[in-house]
Design a protein around this ligand. Structure first.
Ligand SMILES: O=c1ccn([C@@H]2O[C@H](COP(=O)(O)O)[C@@H](O)[C@H]2O)c(=O)[nH]1
Length: 275
């Protein structure tokens, strides 16, 4: 199995395009974890178990672990997801990008140390910077194309020879970097027009779409502009709106309900006659 085949299988098995983001921030943890000896792992594990049935992927963001010196918790968490919820891909959101020799070490970090199924990369150092990741044909390589933040337009929308820069990124990756069929692109939910342009340029390539929930993206717009003809093609990511849905002892239950509700909202749009 590979990242892409696992993703296609879980889209169908869980009838879900929802990617659950894991961004632990201890200041937002429920009081019940205050004296826990291993709070980051315990919090994330509870969220994973409560949301797994509704998820097509998990996306831990590495800075949220590294800032806490909790890389060990991240390693154990990914191992736990593979063991307890096999077949649900883990995307390490690390946005790596560096010269080839360093990129090779980042690939070892993501795929061998952390055992991630896919990793996010910044493509702006060019093809050689992505090569150590691209050559791992069973792993997913998810490259920033049009990000969800307000400043995304500053550079990514700049006109370059009659086309915005992000469209060049989409075309180059689809036409040249995707020789192993293991590429995907990050396109933010908060920029639905650009999401639609990317979909047109890259065919059925999977798109990781952050920006639903805390950043205010619109589910209907994402499905309308981003879904493939068969109603898949998307990993629609939400972190804070799911993992901090509840503050009490039942925080994991609340996260499970938030994930289930968002999955249902997404599916209602996938099945809408207006699509
Ligand atoms: O364009 C991008 C790329 C990555 N992210 C990451 O996704 C989550 C979003 O968290 P929410 O709580 O759902 O807003 C976070 O880890 C970002 O680093 C993104 O938001 N936009």
């Amino acid at each position: 199995m590979s990242f892409i085949t696992d993703l296609q299988a879980v889209w169908s098995r869980h009838d879900s395009l929802l990617c659950v983001g894991l961004d632990p921030e201890p200041s937002r943890f429920p009081a019940v974890l205050a004296d826990h000896p291993d709070p980051v792992f315990a919090f994330c594990k509870a969220i994973v178990d409560a949301t797994a049935a509704h998820a097509c992927a998990f996306k831990p963001q590495i800075a949220h672990f590294a800032a806490l010196a909790a890389e060990d918790a991240l390693e154990r968490l990914i191992a736990y997801i593979h063991e307890a919820h096999p077949g649900i891909p883990v995307i390490l959101d690390a946005k790596r990008g560096d010269i080839g020799s360093t990129a090779a070490r980042y690939a070892v970090e993501a795929f061998d140390r952390y055992q991630a199924d896919a990793v996010t990369l910044n493509p702006y150092l060019g093809r050689d910077s992505a090569e150590p990741f691209l050559e791992r044909a069973d792993k997913g390589v998810i490259l920033l194309c049009h990000t969800s933040n307000p400043g995304a337009a500053d550079l990514q929308d700049l006109d370059v020879g009659g086309r915005p820069l992000y469209q060049h990124v989409a075309k180059i990756i689809a036409e040249s970097w995707n020789g192993h069929g293991n590429c995907a692109l990050v396109t933010g939910a908060t920029w639905p027009g650009q999401l639609g342009e990317v979909r047109t340029l890259v065919g059925d390539m999977p798109l990781l779409v952050p920006g639903i929930g805390a950043q205010g993206g619109d589910v209907a717009e994402v499905i309308r502009h981003g879904a493939t003809a068969d109603g898949t093609g998307l990993m629609i990511s939400s972190s804070r709106a799911i993992i901090y849905a509840g503050q009490g002892e039942d925080y994991a239950l609340a996260a499970g309900r938030a994930a289930s509700d968002l999955k249902d909202q997404i599916n209602a749009q996938r099945n809408s006659p207006a699509r």
